[in-house]
Design a protein around this ligand. Structure first.
Ligand code: SAH
Length: 199
């Protein structure tokens, strides 16, 4: 099953680095026991508190667009199951992942531990404020959607940094990539997605 997904990602043009990260992390550790058999289907699955672990092809497309390089400091908003943070941990140096729902922050921590991942710190907090304590970041990825990119997040980006976030109404959003160049922020649209809301 994992092999089928890998071939799909290759056809999609996902980078070798991102595919290698996908190979290194078992998604089974991040889904509920009753969904283990479906861990390598290309679909989002329910976790807890009405949230979902994102669809694998969406996860790798976002990681591909984030252009993470070795040693980078990355901030994720929306830890959820911790799966995306786990993949990020294989691409970056250190990952900070913020989760608003306490139970989910604990779920993510537990899953990351089971998967043997050590360079991710999960923080129970409101990600709309970013995480000033460790700012600025090379990369920021928001895995929940909102109508607007919070200004504080843009401020926590390093020069030459990249932020990725689905922006738009609840029924469907556009994935936006922002590149910070000195005082300027360059915006790109990367296609349509549906994410759970940033609250
Ligand atoms: N990245 C996750 C999936 C994201 S689901 C994974 O790999 O499994 C989106 C997550 O964003 C949910 O867990 C939701 O609780 C969280 N979220 C929503 N609003 C948030 C906020 N303001 N701050 C932090 N997390 C938030």
């Amino acid at each position: 099953m994992k092999e089928i997904l890998i071939r799909k990602f290759e056809r999609m043009g996902i980078s070798k680095k991102v595919i290698s990260a996908f190979k290194q992390v078992d998604r089974e550790y991040f889904v509920l026991p009753e969904w283990k058999k479906a861990a390598y289907e290309d679909s989002a699955l329910p976790i807890i508190a009405e949230q979902t672990i994102s669809q694998p092809s969406t996860v790798v497309l976002m990681l591909n667009a984030l252009e993470v390089k070795e040693g980078m400091k990355v901030l994720e908003i929306g830890a959820g199951s911790g799966y995306n943070a786990a993949l990020l941990s294989k691409l970056a140096g250190k990952v900070y992942s913020i989760e608003r729902i306490k139970k989910l922050a604990e779920f993510a921590k537990k899953n990351l531990k089971k998967a043997g991942i050590k360079n991710v710190k999960v923080i129970h907090a409101d990600g709309k404020k970013g995480y000033a304590k460790e700012a600025p970041y090379d990369r920021i990825i928001v895995t929940a959607a909102a109508e607007k990119i919070p200004n504080v997040l843009l401020k926590q980006l390093k020069d030459e940094g990249v932020l990725l976030m689905p922006v738009g109404p609840a029924y469907g959003q556009e994935l936006i990539r922002v590149r910070k160049k000195g005082k300027d922020y360059l915006y790109e649209k990367l296609g349509g997605y549906v994410f759970v809301p940033l609250r």
